[in-house]
Design a protein around this ligand. Structure first.
Ligand SMILES: [Zn+2]
Length: 243
């Protein structure tokens, strides 16, 4: 599943359509295409893993799910869930994603303070939300999009390894300084992820995700499906402390 930083890269690529008129809109998404045809793209935004294409008052919300892809001026052999066509044969094709039209103002829909890569990210708000769920496992809390919008499984594994916290630790049991480290590292690692993704060096920087040996102490890393989310966790039993 693409994590927040990959959605920022998608946004930057799709910005080229800003100000352009949609001459045709089609696909198998169950949306009202009439709301898009003949309208101009007025902006492209993101909230965590949501890519938001603004078409006047209407916003197209794209969630890439597990295997979603976008192609600019290119097509796959399969049918796109949404295809937007512009003059001069330019087009944006979206595949295997969830598409929804939002009619409300985005400020009513999204809590921008939760967007880990956003300008309005608020660590204090994250702390307050975390404190409200002391029994949550850290592995679940990092993936909670209402707290850390944009964080995904790679970010979770790398952050917990970096701050030396076992994924089964409970939020309420973390010392205050560890909670601060967790909140700050989710954001910092997300920016590193974005930089490495742009350089195409992301995998090279993984220390825990899909790794077998701890680079700190040489212990074998554990792989377990942890928490409510049951996503793969990679961690070191020796140096990641269970709180
Ligand atoms: Zn270790």
């Amino acid at each position: 599943m693409p994590e927040g930083p990959s959605i920022i890269i998608a946004k930057e690529a799709i910005q080229q359509f800003k100000g352009k008129k949609i001459v045709a809109a089609k696909g198998y998404a169950k949306i009202d295409y009439n709301k898009l045809r003949g309208k101009k793209i007025t902006g492209v935004k993101t909230w965590g893993k949501h890519l938001l294409i603004c078409v006047g008052q209407t916003t197209i919300r794209i969630h890439f799910l597990m295997f979603g892809k976008y192609y600019i001026n290119e097509r796959k052999k399969t049918t796109p869930v949404l295809s937007l066509q512009f003059d001069k044969k330019q087009e944006l094709n979206i595949y295997t994603s969830a598409i929804k039209l939002i009619e409300e103002p985005l400020d009513n829909v999204y809590d921008w303070s939760a967007d880990v890569l956003g300008k309005l990210w608020d660590p204090k708000a994250a702390r307050k939300k975390l404190k409200a769920g002391p029994n949550a496992l850290v592995a679940d809390a990092i993936l909670d999009q209402a707290i850390f919008s944009g964080a995904g499984n790679i970010i979770k594994n790398e952050v917990l390894y970096k701050i030396k916290v076992h994924p089964k630790s409970k939020i309420g049991a973390l010392p205050s300084a560890k909670l601060t480290a967790l909140i700050n590292e989710v954001r910092d690692y997300s920016f590193d992820f974005l930089k490495w993704k742009r350089e195409n060096t992301l995998k090279k920087h993984w220390l825990a995700h899909t790794k077998k040996i701890c680079s700190r102490d040489g212990s074998p890393l554990q792989k377990e499906y942890i928490g409510k989310t049951k996503r793969r966790s990679f961690f070191c039993k020796k140096c990641q402390i269970l709180y």
